[in-house]
Write a protein that binds this ligand. Structure first.
Ligand SMILES: NC(=O)c1ccc[n+]([C@@H]2O[C@H](COP(=O)([O-])OP(=O)(O)OC[C@H]3O[C@@H](n4cnc5c(N)ncnc54)[C@H](OP(=O)(O)O)[C@@H]3O)[C@@H](O)[C@H]2O)c1
Length: 236
């Protein structure tokens, strides 16, 4: 039985992963802001441990993580599913800042805490859900796409640094194409995956020790193409 902490486990892909890890007999910690959903998840299974946290509240997060580590008697796998973004057609500062608070500040605090925790413990698995959107810029998604670029580069650097130091810590970047959740805003999406299929791919990929997981192999190809296509094509 593994001890898995899922941050942003109250809905969407995070909730799907909570259900999948529980179904497979693991102990699961769940973090999110919506207390009613946390309580609902807790009421279904005795292997669930919950804490309310807004990840952007950096003065509180270390206490919450330490409390869960103590309640669960340690953590083997950390999966960060917390994330936010919105289409920003009005160039609204609040949307940009809210995105960065969760996807950059909250993300960094969480990654830093668990990198140090796993270094002390001498093993662990650190997983984050980034996005294909993080490869290049796009229409009205400047703060979201750049926050996901930040996450991709942060995890790649962490992976390089830890392997240079010969540390036994797995770093996995789940680089998602569109998945049918409330997060999927806007139009014209194709190859949209279901939450169930996505979670199965993530679960298997983590077990196999993968560095990067795609929810659909076609998105691996697209992300390679995205790196080389000219800026003018992105404007179409
Ligand atoms: N769906 C897609 O097409 C897609 C594509 C690429 C990448 N992703 C990424 O996948 C991840 C999961 O998204 P999803 O599609 O499953 O959407 P979702 O259902 O909206 O899930 C987001 C989760 O993050 C939590 N969260 C958001 N802000 C938070 C904060 N400040 N502090 C703590 N928890 C917070 C939410 O819980 P509370 O509201 O309870 O706090 C919720 O559990 C995100 O990082 C997203 O960027 C999704």
């Amino acid at each position: 039985m593994k001890k898995v902490l899922i941050i942003g486990g109250t809905s969407g892909i995070g909730k799907g992963l909570v259900d999948l890890y529980l179904k497979n007999g693991h102990k699961v910690g769940v973090v999110g802001r919506r207390t009613e959903y946390l309580n609902q998840i807790k009421s279904t299974n005795q292997n669930v441990f919950i804490e309310r946290l807004d990840v952007s509240n950096t003065s509180k997060s270390n206490d919450v993580y330490n409390s869960l580590i103590s309640k669960m008697n340690g953590i083997d796998i950390l999966i960060n599913c917390s994330g936010w973004g919105d289409i920003n057609k009005e160039f609204d500062k609040e949307i940009d800042l809210k995105t960065i608070q969760t996807n950059v500040i909250g993300f960094t605090q969480t990654m830093n805490f668990f990198t140090n925790y796993f270094l002390n413990k001498k093993n662990g698995v650190l997983v984050n859900l980034s996005s294909i959107g993080g490869i290049r810029g796009g229409k009205f998604v400047g703060s979201y796409n750049s926050s996901k670029s930040y996450q991709i580069t942060f995890l790649e650097s962490l992976s390089i640094s830890l392997s240079k130091l010969n540390k036994n810590i797995q770093i996995t970047d789940v680089r998602l194409g569109p998945v049918k959740t409330n997060m999927l805003k806007g139009e014209g999406f194709f190859w949209v995956s279901s939450v169930n299929d996505t979670c199965e791919k993530i679960y298997k990929g983590i077990n196999k020790g993968k560095r990067i997981i795609y929810n659909d192999s076609r998105w691996r190809l697209i992300s390679n193409l995205l790196r080389v296509i000219p800026h003018s094509l992105l404007r179409l």
